[in-house]
Write a protein that binds this ligand. Structure first.
Ligand SMILES: C[S@@+](CC[C@H](N)C(=O)[O-])C[C@H]1O[C@@H](n2cnc3c(N)ncnc32)[C@H](O)[C@@H]1O
Ligand code: SF4
Ligand code: SF4
Length: 375
């Protein structure tokens, strides 16, 4: 039976956690334990193989991105071109196609540590996304399930689903501290709706008394929003998210060059420092998705992505990370092992940490310090 409970202005329906250990029978708990051990062993082996720079690996990927389609309901100016003339480039992945991907990945999904369930689009927009989520959450015990959304469709039904069947991490890409900047960056009036959705989710978590999902709020740094980063941290603290993640702008379209922050500008540096200070004061960790120009000096410039990550885009192309343009293979044409230990991955593993990394790496934020040292 479900009923409503008042809480901080929100009305929550009472929910039962579906998968707490006490709700499971002993054999299911044993199965989860066995899966956890397998996943941990794979991650340990992968780490050792990466440390030894092995070009052919026995470990399977530690992080897998499973595609869900790339349509979106908003047009972020820093994302891939989403103007009306480009709309036809994007589509939802059907549930049947998704199941084919799952079948293809089955052996490695069972041992991987982390599954990102979204593509270069808005996952919650795909009518089949709920089914996709259920399939992963019900079969992949012990894996960290990661989703990223712009938050507009993260309504109370989704909040209940995420809390009841514990999703590990939900990232909400907000990118602005005030509605005006949000509207200007996303061409959407959804700022307040997103904040309300986040507050509902976090309130529900508290009401149920569970730690998951871990909620992160992300911020792609561009010229238009960088000075409001300190206010963004304040907002994140007020909402009660677990972490703020800042990202460097990837130049996906030629016009993005005009959106880059000037990291040598005194006001910009001060904004970043203030944000760090407020984050510490208010107890909201500020994490960098990849080393920012403000912290790059401490980074050794080593990259293990080609040993860890298997990122499948909506058309089936596979990449070893978010920053690389080189396709390692396509799941509709090549077997998993032909890609994972194929020429592309081997080349990346052989060269990524060498003095002559692949060209994508030479402009990558993870390699910046390395490049500087070379100069
Ligand atoms: C492409 S989106 C897909 C998921 C969902 N639509 C969202 O916005 O979270 C994944 C992440 O990439 C980020 N992103 C988009 N364009 C970017 C760019 N040019 N540079 C860096 N990050 C970017 C988004 O802010 C988001 O956090
Ligand atoms: S919401 Fe995500 S996919 Fe959509 S335009 Fe923005 S960054 Fe791109
Ligand atoms: S582009 Fe190269 S250095 Fe950057 S994350 Fe990818 S593999 Fe690593």
């Amino acid at each position: 039976m479900s009923h409503s409970l008042g809480n901080g202005g929100h009305m929550f329906r009472k929910i039962d956690r579906q998968r707490t250990l006490e709700n499971l029978a002993e054999p299911e708990v044993d199965a989860i334990r066995a899966k956890l051990i397998e996943r941990r062993e794979n991650a340990s082996l992968s780490y050792l193989e990466a440390r030894e720079s092995r070009e052919v690996t026995r470990a399977f990927p530690v992080e897998i991105t499973v595609p869900t389609g790339d349509r979106c309901n908003i047009h972020c100016t820093f994302c891939t071109d989403r103007s009306s003339r480009s709309t036809s480039k994007y589509s939802d992945l059907s549930y049947s196609k998704f199941l084919e991907v799952i079948t293809y990945l089955r052996p490695c999904l069972d041992v991987t540590s982390s599954i990102a369930l979204y593509s270069w689009g808005e996952p919650l927009m795909n009518p089949a996304y709920g089914q996709m989520y259920d399939e992963i959450i019900n079969t992949q015990y012990g894996a960290k399930i990661y989703i990223s959304t712009n938050g507009i469709l993260l309504d109370d039904q989704w909040a209940h689903k995420l809390v009841a069947y514990e999703c590990s991490v939900v990232n909400v890409s907000l990118n602005a501290a005030v509605p005006e900047t949000h509207r200007s960056l996303t061409r959407s009036p959804g700022f307040h709706a997103i904040i309300n959705n986040l507050k509902y989710l976090i309130g529900l978590k508290k009401q149920v008394g569970c730690v998951g999902p871990f909620v992160s709020l992300s911020f792609v740094m561009v010229a238009e929003n960088i000075l409001e980063l300190p206010n963004f941290i304040d907002l994140a603290a007020e909402i009660g998210v677990n972490v703020v993640v800042v990202s460097n702008l990837m130049q996906l379209e030629p016009k993005h060059i005009y959106q880059r922050i000037d990291s040598k500008n005194a006001e910009v540096i001060k904004a970043f420092q203030n944000a760090q200070w407020i984050a510490e004061e208010r107890g909201v960790p500020l994490v960098e998705f990849s080393p920012t120009p403000f912290s790059m000096r401490q980074e050794p410039g080593i990259c293990f992505e080609p040993w860890y990550a298997f990122k499948i885009s909506s058309n089936g192309d596979v990449f070893p990370c978010c920053y690389c343009n080189d396709v390692m293979g396509n799941i509709w044409k090549h077997s998993f092992l032909d890609i994972w230990n194929g020429q592309g991955y081997q080349y990346y593993r052989a060269t990524v940490n060498s003095p002559c990394p692949p060209s994508s790496c030479s402009v990558c934020f993870r390699k910046k310090k390395y490049q500087e040292e070379k100069e």
